[in-house]
Structures are given as C-alpha cells and as structure tokens.
Design a protein around this ligand. Structure first.
Ligand code: TRP
Length: 329
C-alpha cells in the first residue's frame, strides 16, 4: 500500500487580540489557509505572550474565542490543523525554562522587535518575561518540531533566535530539533485607514466581521491623495491607501482604476465605493460562516479542547526526548 509522505510541519501563532482585522488576514491568516494542504499546520494561541504587555486577564478567554471564530470563518480546518492555547499545555513552560539557559541576556536585549515595541509603546521598563518573549516563542515552535514558521517581517528576528536556540540545544545535548525557517508573507503590512499600520490599538481597522455598510462607511473616511480634491483632478495612486486596498482585494480592476485616477476621470467617491464593494465581496462568506459558529459556542470550545489534546500529545513526546537526551530523570 502506498503510504502518504509526511508533510512538513508548520507552526503558526498569534496573540489573542480578539476580532481579526484585514491586516491580520492579509499578513497571516490568508497565508495559513493557503498552506493547509501542503503542510501539517499547528495553530497556536499565544495567551502567555499576551501577558508580556498586559497583565489584565479578564478578557483573555473572550478574546481567544473571538479570534478562533474568525480563524474558522476564514477557512482554517480544525480537523487537519489543531488549534490550541499555549497556556493549556504545560510543556511550553517547561521547555521555555530549559531554553532560557541557552541564550544570553545580551542577545535578547539586541532583539530589534523588542526595541521597536519599547519605542512604540513608550515603555520605560520591561518585565523579565518580555525580554524572554522570543525564548517562549522558540519553545512554541520547537515543541512541535515546526520546520516552517509563517510570519510577518517583524517576527523574523524571533525565528532567528529560535534557530540559534535549536542549534545550541542540538550541539549541547543531541539532535532533537529541526532548525526552522521563517516564511514571510508577501503582502506583509496592510496599512490602516489612517495610513499607519493597521492595528486594533490604533483604531484604524476594518474587521473581518464588519458588515458591508460599515466597511463602506470606514472606506469613505479613509485618507487619499491630498492633492486630489475634486473629480477631474489627477490623483497619485502610488501614495493612495485606497489604491493599496484595490491592489489586494480588487486585483482585476487595478489597471483601470490606476488609469481613471491618474487621468482624473475617476473620482475618489466612486473609487472608494468600488473598493468597499470588493472588500465586502471578499469578507461576506467569512461573515456567514462565522455566524454559524457564533450560534454554537460549545462547538468552538470543543474544537479548542480537541486541538489541545492533539497538540499536547506531540508536545509530551518532544519533552520526553528532551529529558532523555538531557538525562533528566
Ligand atoms: N510573537 C508572535 C506575534 O506577536 C506570536 C507568536 C507566539 C508566534 N508564538 C509563536 C508566532 C510561534 C509564530 C510562532 O505575532
């Protein structure tokens, strides 16, 4: 009997930020869904990581469930790809501790993603766990022997640290871990409605759950080329946010829109309407699927529990190997 070749394994993760927006979709989810057939995907909810910047836990489960419903709505198939919370699998904490001996604090202080965060969030001081953020991420990836890690550019330094830790462990104790590679998303950063990075904390998002009328309202207020004031004025699509959205969600019409905008024949009002239509056409089916999950909250919890059971098994196997090569117990 022909046996199926094992698929390479992907470990993808996200912090539980609640409802997903178009930036999450373009930067990560769309890619995860596409990769599902080719790889064996493990989808991690980084609820421990969420604590590095917010100690408040009252919304954690709610935000997790909101996020998972969006993952399911865009087409993550939980039968093939386990979805699980980091906090429900103790091996993450255990491997994180062992990994924390394999990297220096100086190396972690050089992490550019951390520096950027400290600057953006205006942090005076960071907690010990925040410095170790990439070490926990290394445990997330390597517990499942993830070979490929689909991430946005900002996370590439963390995958680099994971690679260093994997090599250091293998050299010190024996070959247990693959050295994973980052798979960067093509359209890594979708700008938000104000032109900055789309982000929940900035409030410049279009949500996957926004109904069409809301999408249209939001797009209507989006910033465009400030030199294009009335119809007839030629515009500069290359600096226009709405044009970026067209490129992503309305690829078939971008040439025509480019010509219409630069010649002045296409006004911003009409252009935005078409953009809103294209986005709504894309997210409409998600909305429908999401409603079916919303009406069955137990089903979503069951999907998580099942994913956690499957993920735990893999994590325990890996930890057994780790303990064995380390001669622990
Ligand atoms: N650090 C990632 C982020 O903020 C989330 C994350 C945690 C992750 N563990 C991971 C991503 C493992 C990929 C693999 O987006």
């Amino acid at each position: 009997m022909p046996t199926e070749k094992p698929k390479p394994r992907i470990l993808s993760g996200m912090r539980p930020t609640g409802k997903m927006h178009l930036g999450n979709y373009v930067g990560a989810l769309e890619n995860w869904v596409k990769l599902q057939g080719e790889y064996e995907n493990f989808h991690l909810i980084a609820d421990y990581h969420a604590l590095t910047t917010n100690l408040e836990t009252t919304e954690l489960l709610h935000n997790t469930l909101e996020m998972v419903m969006d993952w399911l709505a865009v087409g993550i198939d939980p039968r093939h790809s386990p979805i699980f919370r980091q906090s429900q699998i103790k091996e993450h904490a255990e491997l994180h501790l062992l990994f924390s001996m394999l990297i220096t604090t100086a190396r972690l202080e050089r992490n550019p993603t951390l520096k950027e965060q400290v600057r953006d969030l205006n942090m005076e001081n960071i907690v010990y766990g925040h410095l170790g953020y990439p070490v926990l991420q290394a445990a997330d990836i390597l517990l499942y022997k993830g070979q490929v890690v689909p991430v946005g550019e900002d996370q590439a330094p963390h995958v680099e640290i994971t690679r260093e830790i994997a090599r250091k462990f293998n050299q010190t104790y024996g070959d247990v871990f693959p050295v994973p590679v980052a798979k960067l998303t093509e359209f890594a950063r979708l700008p938000g409605l104000d032109g900055n990075k789309m982000s929940k904390s900035v409030g410049n998002t279009i949500l996957l759950t926004d109904p069409e009328i809301e999408i249209q309202n939001k797009i209507r207020k989006a910033v465009t080329d400030p030199q294009k004031i009335r119809m007839g004025d030629p515009g500069r699509p290359e600096i226009c946010l709405v044009y970026t959205y067209h490129q992503k969600f309305n690829a078939d019409q971008t040439d025509e829109i480019f010509d219409g905008c630069t010649s002045g024949q296409l006004g911003c009002v009409a252009c935005k309407k078409r953009c809103g239509n294209a986005i709504a056409a894309h997210t409409g089916p998600f909305l429908e699927r999401r409603r079916s999950y919303e009406s069955q909250p137990h089903l979503v919890m069951d999907i998580l529990l099942d994913g956690e059971r499957r993920a735990r098994q893999v994590a325990q196997d890996t930890m057994n190997q780790v303990r064995q090569v380390m001669r622990l117990g």
